[in-house]
Design a protein around this ligand. Structure first.
Ligand code: GLA
Length: 737
């Protein structure tokens, strides 16, 4: 890791162990140009800026300035001055004009990393996953300005000693005498020559999140985004540019992941000259932020990862980056308790006795925590009321919350609880007292979704009230886990608190308010295990991982549906962050019946837990739980800290799935094989595994066979196809001394 400035040719070179990112300052006007991002170089390819070719730089050929502007690979492109490709920033100045262009002033190279106020962010870490000390950071800040507007920008870049990722973000400062409205501030823009790259994005729906989609990059703009006030089920704040034909092991891949949980835009644009501009940031749709004189605006971070060894290496780089430099929770490196959640067991129909019955039975099977889901507060017996009334419903929970928690603790289980703090039901005491606390536009009947509204957390008194509600609940009993849900998206963008010129700030301010509440939560309750959730996995993003180490991945708990959902999620996020439970069959979402064993194997590639009525499931299933909980204890540290390898995808081959984790020291590996659809006259499948030490010998547990890592990876081994559909098996390799 290093960052250098070359005075001779005015270039910055940011190096990680295997990559270089190079920026150049060009011409008398000091344009900031992007030169190169890719495998590590030992010199600066200045010729890539083509400043000696047509069109000339403005100082030599101002006649064709427009052509220069529209072709120059600008590091942070502005708006309205000749670059017609997507800009990264747009304004409305005090005269109503929207042009802006930042040029270079100065720079600073920093040991470490500047802290960004109020946003989730990567940080330096003394110790990385493999125990290496000193995973330090180095940062570059480029100071730029638009002199006509007296607007300044700080372009920030950070790299870490133990990572090939590059973190970018931007800060805008108003040095003028009046307000300037920011109508677009993207966090990163990246120009490159097109090599026929393809675009990989993740799309989805409720119960079908993060499905991998790959398409060619055509001329014009192709984007994914959200204006829903959260990162969303439908599209994901991630994109990757792939060399055509890139696989898990081979090919160039550029990944972009936005460390943010609100509205986003991720876009590529292929220009008339076949260059590609990729941009990522807060979605400009509906965004308008007043930057008063002297104020600054911080845009969230983007994590860029370049891999020249295909998607697999990109995934492993993201996993390590997030485990080492983003997730803060003490649970990051700890075994998480195996929980049982009562949502699919009872939905709203439960009481103290029912929960204690579940707890007693769960204890017998090695389960360690009971989580009480939705329906314990106000008068909530379905999803039509009571959000905001965070007082326990004593008709259901006789004796109150503390009594229940104490009884659960006596049984020997920890206790966790569900809340949806950002919401308000029209049928709630809170709404009756404060109808103006809901996000709404005066004179327009607000859109209900799941019969609820979103609280206007931009209002300080609403934020304080919400914080007090959360704190009061958590302090009222020995609660060791919180499932923080968000079950609807934002509509009717209107805040009774914000002025008429500031309504365009609502969505970002809402995201900042959620971050403020979660920051208070992790500071006040440092040992609480926080699992974020949003109607399943609609807010599964790196922003939320800064606060909680795990996120409920999807409301679809069917083992087969989960293969695709977890594949897309694990493309970026470590398995230790993926909320995954064993549920009952027929599955409540798709009606499929799968073996209990397969449900356990699939949930093992996540946080692992149960979501079923353990007092009612078939005896044959219940009998398997002690074995499954023991399996979790055996493999959890490997799953939590190992390197992830995807071997085969049911999504592509329509027959089977295979993936696994290899410990950092390569002493053991666990692969999961799922035979999704049986195939006649096809008794075994040759699998070439990955990630092992080629020179070491490995025992294939249960087979009593020892083979070298090289043989297992290059020649492969035959995995017997289990008899029937939806069957799975684990393959455990243990290195021999
Ligand atoms: C969301 C969550 C579920 C459950 C319900 C409760 O849909 O994803 O797991 O908590 O809310 O209403």
């Amino acid at each position: 890791m290093n960052i250098t400035f070359n005075k001779e040719n005015n270039t910055f070179k940011i190096d990680t162990e295997n990559t270089s990112y190079i920026i150049g300052i060009v011409d008398e006007e000091a344009f900031i140009g992007h030169i190169y991002y890719g495998p590590k170089l030992d010199e600066v390819p200045l010729h890539l800026l083509r400043i000696d070719e047509n069109p000339f730089v403005p100082s030599k050929n101002n006649r064709d300035r427009g052509s220069f502007m529209d072709t120059f690979p600008c590091e942070f492109p502005g708006n309205g001055l000749g670059d017609y490709r997507e800009g990264a920033v747009e304004v409305i100045d005090c005269e109503g004009h929207s042009a802006v262009n930042f040029t270079y002033d100065d720079y600073k190279i920093i040991d470490g990393k500047t802290v960004i106020n109020g946003l989730p962010q990567t940080f330096e870490n003394e110790k990385s996953l493999d125990g290496k000390m000193g995973a330090k950071a180095k940062s570059l800040e480029i100071y730029a300005s638009d002199k006509s507007l007296s607007l300044k920008a700080v372009l920030r870049y950070t790299v870490f000693e133990d990572s090939d990722a590059l973190i970018r973000s931007v800060k805008i400062i108003n040095d003028s005498q009046s307000s300037i409205y920011l109508t677009k501030v993207l966090s990163a823009s990246f120009d490159m020559d097109s090599e026929n790259y393809e675009l990989l994005t993740l799309h989805g729906s409720w119960a079908r999140e993060r499905q991998i989609d790959v398409r060619p990059i055509g001329y014009g703009k192709t984007s994914v985004g959200s204006v829903k006030g959260e990162s969303s089920h439908q599209e994901h704040p991630f994109m990757a540019l792939l060399e055509k034909g890139a696989t898990q092991e081979k090919g160039k891949v550029y990944g972009f992941n936005f460390i943010y949980s609100g509205n986003f835009l991720a876009q590529v644009e292929k220009s008339q000259f076949d260059s590609v501009r990729a941009v990522m940031g807060i979605n400009p749709g509906g965004f308008k932020w007043e930057l008063k004189k002297g104020e600054s605006f911080e845009a969230p971070e983007v994590a860029l990862v370049y891999s020249n060894e295909g998607l697999g290496k990109m995934s492993r780089t993201y996993h390590d980056l997030y485990r080492n430099h983003l997730i803060r929770s003490p649970y990051k490196d700890k075994e998480r308790p195996i929980l049982i959640n009562n949502w699919e067991a009872t939905y709203f129909d439960f009481n103290t006795e029912k929960l204690l019955d579940i707890a007693r039975e769960a204890k017998k099977s090695g389960i360690e925590m009971l989580v009480m889901d939705d329906g314990w507060f106000g008068k909530r017996n379905d999803d039509n009321s009571s959000l905001g009334d965070w007082n326990v419903n004593e008709d259901k929970l006789k004796g109150g919350l503390k009594y229940l928690v104490d009884e659960v603790n006596k049984i020997g289980l920890k206790f966790g609880i569900w809340m949806e703090p950002e919401m308000i039901s029209p049928d709630s005491d809170l709404y009756r007292a404060h109808p103006d606390w809901a996000i709404a536009i005066p004179g327009r009947v607000p859109t209900r979704s799941r019969n609820q509204y979103v609280l206007d957390l931009t209002r300080p008194e609403v934020l304080e009230h919400t914080w007090n509600s959360i704190k009061t609940v958590l302090e009222s009993a020995n609660i060791e886990y919180l499932k923080w849900d968000m079950n609807r998206q934002i509509t009717d963008i209107g805040s009774a608190y914000l002025g008429k010129d500031n309504q365009g700030e609502l969505c970002h301010r809402f995201a900042l308010a959620v971050y403020e509440l979660q920051e208070r939560l992790v500071k006040t309750f440092p040992n609480l295990l926080l699992e974020n959730c949003s109607g399943g996995g609609a807010r599964f993003d790196p922003g939320m991982l800064y606060y909680g180490p795990q996120i409920w991945c999807s409301d679809d708990t069917d083992a087969i549906e989960r293969l695709g959902i977890q594949e897309g999620t694990a493309l970026i996020y470590p398995l230790s962050s993926i909320g995954a439970h064993v549920s009952d069959c027929p599955n409540h979402t798709v009606g499929r019946v799968t073996p209990f064993e397969t449900r356990g194997h699939v949930a093992l590639a996540g946080t692992f837990g149960y979501e079923l009525d353990i007092t009612k499931i078939p005896e044959s299933d219940r009998q398997q739980i002690p074995e499954q909980t023991a399996m979790y204890h055996k493999y959890h540290s490997l799953v939590r800290s190992g390197d992830y390898y995807r071997i085969a995808s049911y999504r592509e081959n329509r027959f089977y799935d295979c993936y696994g984790v290899v410990s950092k020291d390569k002493s053991e590996a666990l692969f999961t094989f799922v035979q999704v659809v049986g195939r006649p006259n096809y008794h075994s499948r040759l699998i070439r595994f990955a990630g092992l030490d080629p020179d070491a010998k490995y025992l294939i547990e249960g087979e009593n066979e020892v083979l070298s890592g090289r043989t297992i990876m290059e020649a492969g081994i035959f995995v017997q196809n289990p008899w029937g559909d939806y069957k799975s098996k684990l393959i455990h390799f243990v290195r021999q001394q």
